[in-house]
Write a protein of this length. Structure first.
Length: 402
């Protein structure tokens, strides 16, 4: 069975996400399986997901996906490059995916592939080092270094958030045989806090939830996500957010020594000293970030550093995940799983306890995921615990493929 891969957070799942899944089948054929790689309890911008991963994965399967695999937290809380690399590694390891479908402002994969090739060249690395010496942020330095190697139109891809992530996907796909398929993004732009053509961004939906405008937020989610969110809220698990556990995060950060922060400073740029000084006295995460930030460091990077330190993650994710963990599937998804039993190059986890029979690397990664889940529970508004990582298997729907 041919399958298309989609990489997402579904935080929460909205109309644009459902459109992308439908467009994948329109372009590749109605019988195409949809394999999603989805972040778990934490998201790439450096934050808690507003609803639990099993609820979001189940909503995805009810909205067009066939199989949802978890992107482990070391990659979910990584840079765009690390996020893309980890997710693509999972799709490659599954052994059943022929295309990667993603949203794009430009809607054309060809310039993104050309950008990816340029960014992987030795000439680009040399130019980037020179640009970084000027003290600007990494995105600005990269933009100038790439512009010297690309046409003006191709270089513009690195100015658009979805296209920039698409370039990272294309970098990670090199040599894999999986073909990129860029689909024009509909409605509001990435990060927008308003709806466009009835298609709101996830940022817009989260903004409504933060303001307490739940009915408006629910109307912008796909029906399955709206239903799942309400169930999570009734169980005391949504909306999850920093406001529920900010003091717990700050308390953890105050225990860290300068060397702990130094381990997170992968750029060896002295950023850790600013974190160590501020974390010892900041009364809020906003105050901490305000003290640490400079024009050189994007806010999302600083937030990821905070969350990686809070969770005790390694400073950078390993080269590739150690297993393929299934969060949800339908009948077509279980058929894909049957093919993966022989095609996959990583162990497929449907029963969490089975990780104890895997090598130590896999056991350590799963234990880290379990710890991250316990800490996520503190971000939930109610006392209900999140599902036990060691006891919770995937959500399986019988019948009704995608």
């Amino acid at each position: 069975m041919a399958a298309a891969g989609i990489i997402a957070e579904y935080n929460p799942l909205h109309m644009g996400h459902a459109y992308l899944m439908a467009e994948a089948r329109r372009r590749l054929g109605p019988d195409t399986g949809i394999v999603c790689v989805m972040s778990g309890y934490y998201v790439q911008r450096g934050d808690f997901a507003v609803a639990g991963k099993f609820a979001r994965a189940a909503a995805a399967v009810r909205s067009g996906a066939d199989l949802v695999l978890e992107l482990p937290v070391p990659w979910a809380l990584s840079s765009a490059e690390g996020f893309a690399a980890g997710a693509v590694e999972l799709l490659k390891a599954a052994g059943v995916v022929s295309h990667l479908v993603f949203g794009s402002e430009g809607g054309d994969s060809a310039p993104l592939v050309r950008c990816a090739e340029a960014l992987c060249s030795e000439d680009f690395s040399r130019r980037l080092r020179e640009e970084l010496k000027k003290g600007d942020s990494f995105p600005a330095a990269r933009q100038r270094a790439a512009a010297a190697l690309l046409s003006g139109e191709d270089a513009k891809a690195l100015e658009r958030p979805n296209d920039t992530l698409g370039v990272e996907y294309c970098k990670a796909l090199r040599g894999s045989g999986i073909r990129p398929v860029a689909v024009p993004r509909r409605g509001a732009g990435h990060g927008s806090v308003s709806a466009g053509d009835g298609f709101a961004s996830a940022s817009a939906v989260r903004a409504l939830l933060r303001r307490g405008e739940e009915s408006a937020a629910l109307s912008l989610m796909v029906p399955a996500m709206a239903e799942a969110y309400q169930e999570e809220r009734a169980a005391g698990r949504a909306p999850a957010g920093l406001w529920n556990c900010e003091r717990a995060v700050l308390a953890r950060l105050r225990f860290l020594e300068e060397e702990d922060w130094a381990a997170q400073d992968t750029g060896n740029e002295g950023l850790y000293r600013r974190f160590a000084r501020s974390a010892g006295s900041a009364a809020s995460l906003e105050e901490l970030l305000e003290t640490v930030k400079t024009k050189r460091y994007p806010l999302a990077r600083l937030r990821r550093t905070v969350f990686r330190a809070y969770l005790g993650l390694p400073p950078a994710p390993p080269e590739r995940p150690a297993y393929l963990r299934v969060l949800a599937a339908n009948e077509r998804g279980t058929a894909l799983l049957a093919g993966m039993r022989t095609a996959a190059s990583l162990p497929v986890l449907t029963k969490p306890a089975a990780v104890r029979r895997l090598p130590g690397e896999a056991q350590r990664l799963f234990a880290l995921e379990a710890r991250a889940g316990r800490l996520y529970a503190l971000a939930c508004p109610g006392p209900a615990a999140v599902p036990d990582e060691w006891r919770t298997g995937p959500v399986i729907f019988k019948g009704g493929a995608g």
